[in-house]
Design a protein around this ligand. Sequence first.
Ligand SMILES: [Zn+2]
Length: 102
Amino acid sequence: MHWFWRMALSMVVTCILASPFAVFVDDVFPVVMKLTRIIGQRTTVFILGVIPSMVCSMSIYGLLTRYCGPEIPFDGETRCRKCLYILKGITKPRCPECGERI
Ligand SMILES: [Zn+2]
């Protein structure tokens, strides 16, 4: 799966998971109201909204990358992004196998 679709899917799933909390957060959690009075609304939104959303989104993206991502071997070699040819000892900025510009 392409990185764009993994990112888009992780953002959609995060929005679906976070939407009930976004609607009821003021009514359900009095702690949020206390925290808002103490540290301010923007900081509260950042701590309780942005950080968990980022963690959730990155976790889903990581899982999708692990199970549906590109099958690039992690052997420490520099490879062509198109054909995965090992780019060792090349003199021109092009892949000798497929011609992809590096
Ligand atoms: Zn190539």
